[in-house]
Design a protein around this ligand. Structure first.
Ligand SMILES: Cc1cc2nc3c(=O)[nH]c(=O)nc-3n(C[C@H](O)[C@H](O)[C@H](O)COP(=O)(O)OP(=O)(O)OC[C@H]3O[C@@H](n4cnc5c(N)ncnc54)[C@H](O)[C@@H]3O)c2cc1C
Length: 394
């Protein structure tokens, strides 16, 4: 059986290592050839990208070599971008002329993409920290600024990443120059994805005390070379814009004629793409909702989904081999009893009840869990989690 893990971010890496471990444990490794496919060569630890700006981390520290990782877990890594999938022929098509990789089982874990909501000038004129390359280029752009004049930086979108970027910018400018940092949010308060106001109130005060100007209820309408225009007609001159607002489904999904919700992949409770038995999906690319509770798009859920999908692939393979044995009729009920049920996925870090660490600069962070905000040790715990994850790639 050939299993392709398409996309090797947090979800894909976890599926591959879990599959490899489970197949060893259940002595099925000879039956399973696992391939990890990604257009990039490194896993990027996104949560630490804002700290590239303040030089608290280096690009090498916060990214890991996928090839080395794959060989450590006895999996093959293929560095190619996938441009389409033929579900009938069971083949993924790669960017190279005529390139295709056949599969028996496929896991789609291609993540999400940044969106600029079609706002004129936004994509062309903004910087970003959503990729490591983007974060490095943003840092270089900061270094190139003319410090003889007053600098104005606009961070667009005050979700988790926007808040973290504003905090790291404060640290970047601390010993350098006078700079005005604006944090712009179209919703009435910052951190709108967090259901209680306590966290927004605390973080707003923390950043305002460090001279970040927070503009809430302020939607960007247009971006030109020198200034931002807001929906109410007001303007803000800027030197650098850092765009941290919004994600959209990976462009590859548009080409795939399979069930989707608002462009995201629709999966069943076992994380199979709806209506398919051999195609699973995990991570940001997935839309999963059960009884009004929607899974969050975050590392925790990508990894939890990965574990369930890997287990379900192993169980499906086992069930297939039962069927192949074609037992005499009298044993049918016995073999049905032995057939393993697939595991259901139940989200914990949800849209309705999110949990996260948010760093604020100045080596401080907050942790949000069950509607409660924790401050003590939050930064240290966040860094501990980061170091522990990075060790897998060390
Ligand atoms: C700046 C930033 C900060 C964040 N901070 C946090 C945080 O603090 N906590 C948290 O929980 N979450 C955070 N997130 C969100 C978190 O990183 C995502 O939820 C997580 O990465 C989802 O994992 P994934 O495997 O679905 O996608 P990803 O990790 O994005 O991986 C997708 C992979 O697919 C590959 N790929 C995509 N298309 C193709 C293709 N056509 N062919 C081949 N390969 C392809 C990509 O190269 C990538 O390696 C942050 C995200 C960003 C951008």
């Amino acid at each position: 059986m050939k299993v392709i893990v398409l996309g090797c971010g947090f979800g894909g890496v976890e599926v591959a290592s879990e599959l490899s471990e489970l197949s060893e444990l259940r002595k099925r490794s000879k039956e399973l050839d696992i391939f990890m496919v990604d257009r990039g060569t490194r896993l990027e630890y996104y949560a630490a990208h804002p700290e590239i700006l303040s030089e608290k981390v280096t690009p090498e520290e916060i990214s890991g070599d996928l090839n080395k990782f794959a060989s450590r877990i006895n999996v093959e890594f293929i560095n190619k971008a996938v441009v389409n999938i033929d579900f009938e022929a069971k083949k993924v098509k790669t960017e190279d002329e005529g390139g295709e990789i056949p599969y028996d089982f496929l896991i789609i874990s291609i993540g999400a993409e940044q969106t600029f909501f079609g706002i004129p000038g936004a994509e062309e004129l903004s910087h970003s920290v959503n990729s490591l390359k983007g974060a490095i280029e943003t840092k270089k752009a900061l270094d190139r600024l003319d410090y003889s004049k007053k600098i104005s930086i606009a961070v667009i979108g005050a979700g988790l990443t926007g808040v973290e970027v504003a905090g790291e910018l404060v640290d970047y400018f601390r010993d350098r120059a006078s700079a005005k940092i604006y944090l712009v949010e179209m919703m009435p308060r910052i951190l709108p994805a967090f259901p209680t106001e306590n966290i927004a109130t605390y973080v707003s005060k923390f950043l305002s005390d460090r001279s970040v100007e927070i503009l809430t209820g302020t939607a960007v309408q247009e971006v030109s070379e020198q200034e931002l225009t807001f929906k109410d007609g007001s303007k803000l001159p800027y030197d650098i814009i850092i765009w941290t607002a919004g994600i959209k489904p990976n462009g590859l999904l548009e080409k795939l004629d399979i069930p989707k919700v608002k462009g995201w992949l629709k999966v069943d409770p076992y994380l199979r793409v709806e209506g398919m038995k051999n195609v699973f999906a995990v991570g940001d690319t997935v839309y999963f909702e059960n009884e009004g509770v929607r899974s969050g798009q975050n590392v925790e859920e990508a990894e939890r989904q990965a574990k369930v999908a890997a287990e379900n692939i192993i169980r499906t393979i086992k069930n297939l081999s039962f069927k192949k044995k074609a037992l005499p009729k009298k044993y049918y009920s016995l073999y049905t009893m032995k057939e393993e049920k697939l595991r259901r996925y139940r989200p914990k870090n949800t849209v309705q009840n999110p949990r996260a660490f948010i760093s604020l600069g100045d080596d401080k962070a907050v942790m949000y869990f069950g509607g409660i905000m924790f401050k003590a040790f939050a930064y240290r715990i966040k860094k501990f989690v980061e170091r522990r994850y990075r060790r897998r790639f060390g």
